[in-house]
Design a protein. Structure first.
Length: 168
């Protein structure tokens, strides 16, 4: 009976080592999951890059053919629109003010990304004197989101630095 008893310090050390082992296993599991996610993300990005490159080559080829034939080439319609409010709302018609609210432009120099469709183009024509807009490319969208983009995580405003924040 007396030989079975272990000192308290030894019991504590064993318990602590077990906890550390569990924590280490958890960390390894999370690390493996992250590696798998990165592989998927990498492959997807590689595929997108290949698609964009093919589209660009096709566009250049079309422009070249049109130039040789003596015609002119019109770019396909953009799908994304970036709008910035450049005027305040004082002394503005109520309908125009309401359209700005619908476009989520509540303050001067606020900007929003919108899909291009009939409704947004109609609203845009009504508020054209009060906003500035354009069709951004992928590079400028990425730069703008990484520089100025924020998301909410656990009721806190967190800057978007990479896709992992968006996934959460």
């Amino acid at each position: 009976m007396v030989g079975d008893a272990k000192p308290e310090s030894l019991l504590k050390r064993e318990k602590r080592n077990e906890e550390w082992e569990l924590a280490k296993k958890q960390e390894l599991k999370v690390a493996k999951k992250n590696i798998e996610n990165w592989k998927v993300i990498y492959n997807r990005a590689k595929q997108y890059a290949k698609e964009y490159e093919a589209q660009e080559k096709e566009l250049i080829q079309l422009q070249h053919e049109v130039k040789l034939n003596g015609g002119f080439y019109v770019d396909p319609k953009a799908k994304l629109l970036f709008i910035i409010q450049i005027c305040g709302i004082n002394a503005m018609h109520p309908r125009t003010r309401k359209i700005l609210q619908l476009l989520r432009l509540r303050q001067i120099f606020n900007g929003v990304f919108l899909k291009v469709n009939k409704a947004t183009t109609n609203m845009l024509h009504r508020v054209e004197p009060y906003v500035s807009y354009g069709y951004p490319n992928l590079k400028s969208v990425r730069e703008l989101i990484y520089k100025r983009g924020y998301g909410k995580l656990n009721k806190q405003r967190i800057a978007l630095t990479d896709n992992s924040i968006v996934e959460k």
